[in-house]
Ligand binder design. Structure first.
Ligand code: SF4
Length: 193
């Protein structure tokens, strides 16, 4: 009998690891949450984190526990630095499974630390792909968008020349413009003439 592949229930985030490091934000030390599971199809050639691809409940963590660990690690950073970053990476933080948890984590830290913390989200998605992402984006301060492409790989930040680094105002402005273009598009009837 063939085994059935069932979608995982979205009750808990899938997280591979949480690290404190320099490098995931261009200027600030970060608490970096690596979500487990990547929905890019096909996967990026020469991806640096293939171990994060699978959506597996083996990486399921309690959200309250994750939140407490992130706040604890940020607290340690703030005892030494005036500002720090929360970096959300993967895997894909905006996958269907993990996006609500990425949003909730960003909201918690922004409400607690406001401008002292900069939330940065890495996604293979481009601004047009965010039209379908059903979470508020305002708590993400910065975005690194686009796939990792080995032919455009470079030293430094971001890792691939094709990737775009944008603040939230820019991303939200692009999304608003795209929505207007979509709403004002000619109807299919008009296009026939
Ligand atoms: S989106 Fe990220 S995790 Fe997924 S294949 Fe590309 S580089 Fe790897």
């Amino acid at each position: 009998m063939m085994s059935q592949i069932l979608p995982l229930p979205k009750v808990s985030p899938l997280v591979r690891t949480v690290k404190v490091l320099y490098g995931d934000h261009p200027k600030l030390p970060s608490v970096s949450v690596y979500f487990q599971g990547c929905d890019a199809t096909p996967k990026c050639f020469d991806c640096h984190n293939p171990e994060t691809w699978t959506f597996s409940n083996d990486f399921s963590v309690d959200f309250d526990y994750l939140e407490s660990k992130v706040l604890e690690k940020l607290g340690i950073l703030f005892s030494r630095y005036p500002r720090a970053s929360l970096a959300l990476l993967g895997g894909e933080p905006l996958s269907m499974h993990n996006r609500v948890f990425a949003y909730k984590l960003a909201k918690v830290v922004k409400e607690r630390y406001q401008d002292r913390v900069v939330t940065i989200l890495y996604t293979w998605r481009l601004p047009k792909d965010l039209l379908d992402v059903d979470i508020p984006l305002e708590y993400f301060d910065e975005f690194v968008m686009g796939r990792y492409m080995r032919e455009y790989a470079k030293e430094g930040f971001p890792a691939s020349k094709n990737q775009i680094y944008l603040d939230s105002v820019s991303v939200l402005t692009i999304i608003d413009s795209l929505k207007k273009v979509w709403l004002n598009r000619p109807s299919l009837t008009l296009l026939r003439y």
